[in-house]
Design a protein around this ligand. Structure first.
Ligand SMILES: [Zn+2]
Length: 329
């Protein structure tokens, strides 16, 4: 079994290189569907680490496999690579060189952490069983916002419907775009009718151009297992388990979770002492880059612990998918 101190030692050798990688990606952000350069950087790293790499998955997505020395379960880590269509206020030496495009959602951090986890686990391949899949996903932003749901059917916000809107008013004509979020999913079919009736009563007209997107539901067992592992390695106070987390955002990690049980992790990157706000999608988004090393240690360790776990350690299948998002506090 790969212990935490071994992971910590290996990760320490990578910390500076991963910060440099994050700055490189940050300097040359790419919008959803255009992640060519970012994917190339990822592929170079993964191949150097000895992983089997497939490119061009769903656009510029990258899938890599790290095989352990023995048979065992499969776990997966998912990161996203695309940037946001916006200007950043940051004007330091790794500021965006692409006008109107910036990594304001931390995907440069997610990607660097994914690369780091791959490097750490690859160095200790002989001590792993099963396999680890790494999914570097393109075009996350076009489907979702900054944060993501972490809902449970018994959470306090169950059966809650959340609406966020943006409006464009020109002359006598007003257009309102609304995201409708429903939990549980069975609640959705009734919603379009209810919204249509409300809008009609106000003299308006409504269209539902896109089919509904599923809610993202994490495995409670895996979330608790992750919390227990991370508290043991990072400290009691380092971990919170969020239930029915606010805000509700669209998150296509939900599609992975429809196939296999998994958990979504937020990584704290804010540091008020140095003015790092860690607020995704804000023009002054700034992250304490030491969080990259924390993410690498946390995820490499937890993935290794899942591979080592006996099937009876978990009430569900052994597969696990993981993704990171940024949490600004
Ligand atoms: Zn985002």
């Amino acid at each position: 079994v790969l212990d935490h101190s071994t992971i910590d030692t290996t990760a320490s050798e990578l910390d500076d290189a991963l910060i440099a990688l994050r700055r490189d990606i940050h300097r040359w952000p790419e919008l959803a569907g255009g992640e060519r350069r970012t994917a190339r950087l990822v592929v170079d790293h993964l191949r150097r680490a000895g992983l089997t790499v497939t490119t061009g998955v769903g656009g510029h997505g990258v899938v890599a496999v790290l095989a352990g020395a023995d048979d065992g379960p499969t776990v997966a880590f998912r990161a996203d690579m695309d940037a946001v269509e916006d200007h950043e206020l940051f004007d330091g030496d790794f500021a965006s060189q692409v006008p109107g495009v910036a990594h304001l959602c931390g995907h440069d951090l997610h990607t660097s952490i994914g690369v780091g986890v791959a490097h750490v686990l690859a160095r200790h391949q002989d001590r792993l069983r099963g396999r680890v899949l790494f999914l570097f996903q393109p075009a996350e932003e076009t489907l979702s916002g900054a944060a993501a749901d972490m809902l449970r059917s018994d959470g306090p916000l169950a059966r809650f419907v959340f609406v966020q809107s943006s409006q464009h008013v020109t002359g006598q004509h007003a257009e309102l775009q609304v995201w409708v979020k429903a939990w549980p999913d069975e609640r959705y079919p009734a919603l379009p009718d209810e919204v249509s009736q409300l809008v009609a009563a106000a003299g308006g007209r409504v269209e539902f151009p896109t089919p509904p997107f599923p809610a993202m539901v994490c495995s409670p067992e895996l979330s608790e297992a992750a919390a227990a592992y991370l508290r043991g390695t990072l400290g009691e106070d380092a971990v919170d388990v969020l239930r029915a987390a606010f805000p509700f955002n669209g998150e296509d990690f939900a599609l992975f979770l429809q196939q296999v049980p998994g958990a979504m992790f937020y990584l704290g990157v804010a540091n008020p002492a140095t003015g790092m706000n860690g607020i995704p999608h804000s023009p002054d988004f700034a992250a304490d880059e030491r969080a990259i090393g924390t993410g690498v240690r946390a995820m490499a360790g937890f993935l290794a612990s899942r591979l080592a776990a006996r099937p009876s350690d978990s009430s569900g299948p052994c597969q696990l998918s993981i993704r990171f998002d940024i949490f600004g506090c």
